[in-house]
Design a protein around this ligand. Structure first.
Ligand code: AMP
Ligand code: ZN
Length: 137
């Protein structure tokens, strides 16, 4: 199957991973809407909320909470945008279920109507390091 997120799970494409368990994986978004933008996915391919099984969904939500707490502890955002898109009409671009965690700061200028902006990989790796440290604290 030609799915970029399945390839990241399989190690066939690089991904800046921050956490994984048996069913789920958290990694950095390479076009971050803000510093610390993470994606949480099931390791097994499911395109949308309509397809994903309850056990995978529970694992993904559990990991989303865990990573959100680590982002809060390490980056001290003022809030966090959590979103998940289903179908092209809802602006889903990658057809492998994923939850976005987007830390938000007052006056950060994040505008979801803007297109993607490739992030600085060194900066994304540095932020990932802080999240990983908080996860292991
Ligand atoms: P969407 O399907 O619209 O919810 O968003 C897909 C997200 O995946 C976007 O925020 C992209 O920046 C992100 N993305 C696409 N390819 C990769 C990749 N290879 N590694 C990390 N994030 C990616
Ligand atoms: Zn997939």
């Amino acid at each position: 199957m030609d799915c970029i997120f399945c390839k990241i799970v399989a190690g066939q494409l690089p991904g800046i991973k921050v956490f994984e368990d048996a069913r789920s994986l958290a990694f950095m978004d390479i076009n971050p809407r803000s510093d610390g933008h993470c994606l949480i996915i099931p390791k097994t391919h499911s395109p949308t909320l309509f397809d994903i099984g309850m056990e995978d969904l529970a694992a993904v939500m559990n990991t989303a909470k865990k990573v959100a707490m680590a982002i809060k502890a390490s980056l001290a955002p003022d809030g966090m945008l959590v979103y998940q898109l289903n179908g092209r009409v809802a602006m889903q671009l990658v057809d492998h279920f994923h939850i976005h965690l987007v830390p938000r700061w007052e006056n950060d200028g994040v505008d979801l109507s803007h297109g993607f902006q490739p992030g600085d990989l060194d900066k994304i790796r540095a932020v990932a390091g802080k999240i990983i440290e908080a996860l292991s604290a």
